[in-house]
Design a binder for this molecule. Structure first.
Ligand code: PAF
Length: 273
C-alpha cells in the first residue's frame, strides 16, 4: 500500500495511475461500515484510494473535533489488510492553508435537518469533498447512506459541477440488534448504548408498518416518537430523495430520518424505503 501524506505527493502518485480509481473518503476510526465501502470499491475498480482526514471545517464550535477518535496506525493496518492501494493522509495546513470553506451548501437542502442543528456543517463537508475530488480525481466515489443528507448533497454537488465521477451510495452496516455503526459510537456509555438502539428499533417498527401498507407519514412519525421515548429528539422526518417533506410514503422514493440524543451523544439514523 502506498501512503501519500501531502497533496503534492498524492497528486504525483495519482498521475502515475492509469486505471479506474475508486475512492472512499473518511475521517478515520475505521469500522466495518467503512470496510464495506472499501470492499465495494475494490470490487468495482482497479485501484482504490482511501483518505483519512478529520475535517475541522465540518465541526461547529463546541462539537467533538478535539475528541474525535484518531487511530491512524490501526486504520492504516486495516486499509492494508483490505487491499487499499493508496492511503491519503494530508494535514489541515496542507488542505486549507488560511482558507475558510469556499463551497456553500444549498440554501434549502443544506440548512434543514442536520444543517439546521449543525449550522454550516455542510459547507465544510462539501468544501472538503470538492477538494478531495480534485486532488484524488477518482472515477467512482463511495459514500454511506447512513449520512443520508450528506450523501444526497454530495451527489447534487457532483452533478452541479459536472464532475466525471460516479457516486455510489452504500447500505448502512449495523451491529447485532440494529445500531448503525458510527465512529462516534465509542462515546456511548453502556446505558447510553442501550438507549441508542431505540433509533434502529423505531425504524424497524416503521418499516414493519409500511410493509403492512401504512403510507401516512404522520402515523409513522407517531410510532417512531413512541419507540424513541424518553430520548430527546432533534427531528423525525419523512422526505423524498430531494429531501422534501412528504405526507405519504412512496416505495423507492422515501427516506425516514431520525436524529436523537443518548446522553451527550447525538445520533442519527435513517431508512431508505
Ligand atoms: O462522512 C464522513 O466521514 C465525512 O463527512 C467525509 C465525507 C469524509 C468528509 O469529511
Amino acid at each position: 500500500m502506498i501512503v501519500a501524506r501531502s497533496v503534492i505527493e498524492m497528486k504525483e502518485k495519482r498521475g502515475r495511475v492509469n486505471a479506474n480509481v475508486g475512492f472512499v473518503a473518511t475521517m478515520g476510526a475505521l469500522h466495518t461500515g467503512h470496510l464495506s465501502l472499501i470492499e465495494r470499491a475494490k470490487n468495482e475498480n482497479d485501484f482504490v484510494v482511501v483518505s483519512i482526514f478529520i475535517n475541522p471545517t465540518q465541526f461547529r464550535e463546541g462539537e467533538d473535533f478535539n475528541r474525535y477518535p484518531r487511530k491512524l496506525e490501526a486504520d492504516s493496518v486495516l486499509c492494508k489488510a483490505a487491499g487499499v492501494n493508496l492511503l491519503f493522509t494530508p494535514n489541515v495546513e496542507d488542505i486549507y492553508g488560511n482558507d475558510e470553506p469556499t463551497i456553500k451548501a444549498p440554501t434549502i437542502t443544506g440548512h434543514i435537518l442536520e444543517g439546521k442543528f449543525r449550522e454550516e456543517h455542510f459547507d465544510g463537508v462539501l468544501t472538503i469533498v470538492m477538494k478531495l475530488f480534485n486532488i484524488v480525481q477518482p472515477n467512482r466515489a463511495y459514500f454511506g447512506k447512513k449520512d443520508a443528507q450528506q450523501a444526497i448533497l454530495i451527489t447534487k454537488m457532483t452533478n452541479a459541477f459536472f464532475f466525471n465521477i460516479e457516486i455510489a451510495l452504500c447500505e448502512t452496516v449495523r451491529e447485532n440488534g440494529g445500531l448503525a455503526l458510527s465512529s462516534r459510537n465509542i462515546y456511548l456509555s453502556k446505558s447510553e448504548k442501550s438507549e441508542a438502539f431505540k433509533l434502529s428499533k423505531a425504524l424497524f417498527e416503521a418499516s414493519k408498518l409500511i410493509k403492512q401498507n401504512e403510507i401516512r407519514a404522520l402515523a409513522i412519525i407517531q410510532v417512531i416518537t413512541e419507540v424513541l421515548k424518553p430520548l430527546p429528539i432533534d427531528y423525525i422526518a419523512i422526505v423524498d430523495r430531494e429531501l422534501k417533506a412528504i405526507e405519504t410514503i412512496k416505495k423507492g422514493e422515501t427516506i425516514i430520518l431520525i436524529a436523537a440524543r443518548a446522553g451527550t451523544t447525538r445520533l442519527i439514523d435513517n431508512m431508505w424505503i
